[in-house]
Write a protein of this length. Structure first.
Length: 164
């Protein structure tokens, strides 16, 4: 897979946009960056966000809320910057597992992207699986800290926008 950011890359626009408090993203505030206001216009994460009240573990609920906020900000911002029609991007689907963890999945015709949100944040991760058309690739990693989450979501968003 190409276009993935390396640990040594300079701070991306997504990191700069997200450097303000993520808790402010969901509230209506004057002067918020365009990326934050844009997020309300699209439903990429709405279905997944709707399960948050059903999650018993507060750590899982908070991780999911933060991840969905980052995904929405990054993909909407990148799509606006590249003038990509977001109607080609399916919504994220979420499922609460028996153990209280959450599985997020994005299913595209040629690939799937998933995120597992675990009670212990160190066990949370992501995966990408492609079909033969895209080289039968399988990649995965952890979602350990905010910087790594933002970089992962940004890289996956570049992949999505390059392959829809």
């Amino acid at each position: 897979m190409t276009n993935f950011l390396q640990e040594t890359d300079s701070q991306s626009w997504a990191e700069r946009a997200l450097s303000s408090s993520l808790s402010d993203v969901t509230s209506e505030k004057e002067g918020q960056p365009d990326a934050f206001r844009l997020c309300r216009e699209y439903n990429l994460v709405k279905q997944a966000r709707d399960i948050i009240p059903q999650i018993e573990n507060t750590s899982v609920a908070e991780q999911l809320d933060r991840l969905l906020t980052i995904i929405n900000i990054v993909i909407v911002g990148m799509a606006k910057q590249e003038e990509v029609d977001l109607s080609y991007i399916p919504p994220l689907h979420a499922h609460i597992d028996e153990d209280g963890s959450v599985l997020l999945e994005w299913a595209f015709p040629d690939f799937r992207i998933g995120f597992n949100i675990e009670q212990n944040p160190e066990n949370s991760g992501w995966h990408l699986v492609t079909n033969k058309k895209l080289g039968d690739k399988t990649e995965s990693g952890q979602l350990v800290d905010l910087v790594k989450i933002i970089r992962t979501v940004t890289s996956l968003s570049v992949f999505i926008l390059s392959n829809i």
